[in-house]
Ligand binder design. Structure first.
Ligand SMILES: *[C@@H]1O[C@H](CO)[C@@H](O)[C@H](O)[C@H]1NC(C)=O
Ligand SMILES: *[C@@H]1O[C@H](CO)[C@@H](O)[C@H](O)[C@H]1NC(C)=O
Ligand SMILES: *[C@@H]1O[C@H](CO)[C@@H](O)[C@H](O)[C@H]1NC(C)=O
Length: 242
């Protein structure tokens, strides 16, 4: 080998070493959009007279301190969180997560109890008990607010965290009622949602411990339009809960 060939070889090796050491790995979130096929999604019905259908994932590795309960909007059901990969992602990240079909949606039969505010709060409370979820973080988009809000007002001490996504029925409660709720809250909404997002934000910002995240270029169902951003923000909130 001539000296110039040796020099070239050395340069090549140095370049490869730099590539190996200096470049960041592939971004972790590229796989987040599609459900991890390795996560098993369990399904079941709660016991009792008006059973509620649910999909559930158990943590793949070490378990976190909180369980995540996902409700849904009017055009959706528990399957949405499977299709979006949210359930699988939460399992991967060490969370137990349960997505419910609200009464009259998906595989849950309609329920008379759901016709009153008190009934909806009771129903949700019973489902959480039946599922034996611990340190619940409740994720509540849109229509599901008519379950989550009455439950929050009377049962917030049972919640470890609250993630309202432009929920319905915030206007039914007073500023004082919101101020009494100490639950750490992540208020999420889509930038393009000009109706329910703003109306709910006006009320939700009275919650004493909240942060607000607006997802850019996303509408009312912002988690569908920007699933990656949604997942990042949700995990950030969950991972930092005390
Ligand atoms: C699923 O598990 C297999 C075997 O452990 C692994 O090779 C593969 O990368 C996993 N898939 C995902 C998407 O994590
Ligand atoms: C809000 O309050 C009104 C009047 O008190 C009641 O008729 C309505 O059912 C409530 N809506 C929800 C979603 O709880
Ligand atoms: C507010 O919520 C955060 C979690 O989002 C928590 O770490 C913090 O302790 C809470 N602050 C108070 C005063 O409760």
């Amino acid at each position: 080998m001539t000296r110039s060939q040796v020099a070239l070889l050395g340069l090549g090796l140095l370049f490869m070493l730099l590539l190996y050491v200096g470049l960041p790995g592939p971004p972790e979130q590229t796989s987040w959009l599609w459900g991890d096929p390795n996560v098993t999604i369990l399904a079941g019905l709660t016991p009792g007279s008006s059973p509620i259908f649910y999909r559930e994932v158990l943590p793949l590795h070490r378990a976190r301190r909180v369980d995540v309960v996902l409700l849904h909007g009017k055009a959706f059901n528990s399957r949405t969180w499977e299709q979006l990969g949210t359930l699988q992602l939460l399992a991967q990240r060490g969370y137990r997560a349960v997505a419910l079909d609200l009464p009259g949606f998906g595989n849950s039969a309609p329920s008379k109890e759901a016709s009153t505010e008190a009934g909806r709060a009771q129903l949700l409370e019973r489902v959480l008990q039946d599922l034996e979820v611990q340190n619940v973080v409740l994720v509540s988009p849109s229509l599901s607010g008519c379950y989550a809000l009455p439950f929050l007002m009377q049962g917030h001490h049972q919640l470890h965290g609250f993630v309202p996504i432009a929920p319905a029925s915030t206007q039914n409660y007073t500023q004082e009622q919101f101020q009494a709720v100490k639950t750490p809250t992540l208020i999420l909404y889509g930038e393009l949602d000009r109706v329910l997002a703003w109306e709910s934000l006006r009320q939700l910002r009275h919650l004493p411990n909240h942060s607000v995240v607006k997802l850019r270029d996303a509408g009312h169902a912002c988690y569908l339009h920007k699933p990656q951003d949604f997942h990042l923000v949700l995990l950030g909130f969950l991972d930092h809960l005390p």
